[in-house]
Ligand binder design. Sequence first.
Ligand code: ATP
Length: 338
Amino acid sequence: MSKELLEIKNLKTSFRIKDDYYAAVDDVTLTLNKNEVLGIVGESGSGKSALAFSVMGLHNRAKIEGNIHFKDADIANISPTKLNKLRGDDMAMIFQDPLTALNPLMPVGDQIAEAILLHKKDMSTKQRRNKVVDLLNKVGIPRPEHTYDQFPHELSGGMRQRIIIATAIANQPELLIADEPTTALDVTIQAQILDLIRDLKEDMNAGIILITHDLGVVAEMADRVAVMYAGQIVEIAEVGALFDNPLHPYTRSLLNSMPSEDEAQDKLHVIQGIVPSLQNLPRQGCRFAARIPWVDESAHEENPELHEVTPGHFVRCTCHNHFYFPDESKEEQANGVS
Ligand SMILES: Nc1ncnc2c1ncn2[C@@H]1O[C@H](COP(=O)(O)OP(=O)(O)OP(=O)(O)O)[C@@H](O)[C@H]1O
């Protein structure tokens, strides 16, 4: 039996701005296996959420091209009825902000029960309530019977995120997308929620796409990592390979801008500039070139492709072979001193 759960091929998601369409996800190809956490990292605006929303079929005004194969269906080219059946049943999403994802006027237990009712119409009200109480227990809510009848505003941020997770896993989805699931939470609660997501992977044999800009979270949680920049995957590898041997200048800059616990770092690297807006994205050549102006133009490919440098480790553009940080000398680089 194949391990592959999701296969995205040449996905292009474009938004209409004035009279033109601009791709926020541009030719993304990747796979996700069962019982795997794929981390997707990148700065704000790199296209992570646009990718996640495409997989969930949640864009209603975007133009989607390419294929998203999941459970014998192609989500990029599927009828709304079939999509609704998959969503919430076979695939679910945990959103960044639990407060906006919950209905403020409905007890949280009823909200989870509603998600069950949509896909399992033959359950009695009592059975549904019992199932919700079980789910609340599973996500670590201390007094589930009591919490069932509470409203979102009566719960803390961490509890609300647990409700969102309980809703997402209510129908035991095979594919779970978590978009910055811990950003709105404080550090101790963050760790608990991440533990919970990790347990779910094991319990449900689910494939999880974890979107975050926090490399620490990725290091701890992911099996593989895709780094996105300006709508493209610039590097993808197993987590160990990516952290031990980051290749793309963007990945190296992201890692270098992360405070390290074991080394005294005088100065953290600051990535120059920002991710350009959709209308200003360079569509030709290496999209990261403008942010590493000290690297010679000739280092970049004309049409940067993903190259497999070691099995399973892919990097876009040849510029990674010639990259150095501006405060390192070229001679050190050439001598392999880093
Ligand atoms: N509905 C939309 N219409 C027009 N442009 C959009 C729309 N949604 C996203 N964009 C643009 O697409 C690009 C990618 O956005 P996206 O939200 O996917 O980035 P992200 O990596 O998830 O960022 P963040 O970490 O801030 O959520 C950005 O330039 C954004 O402004």
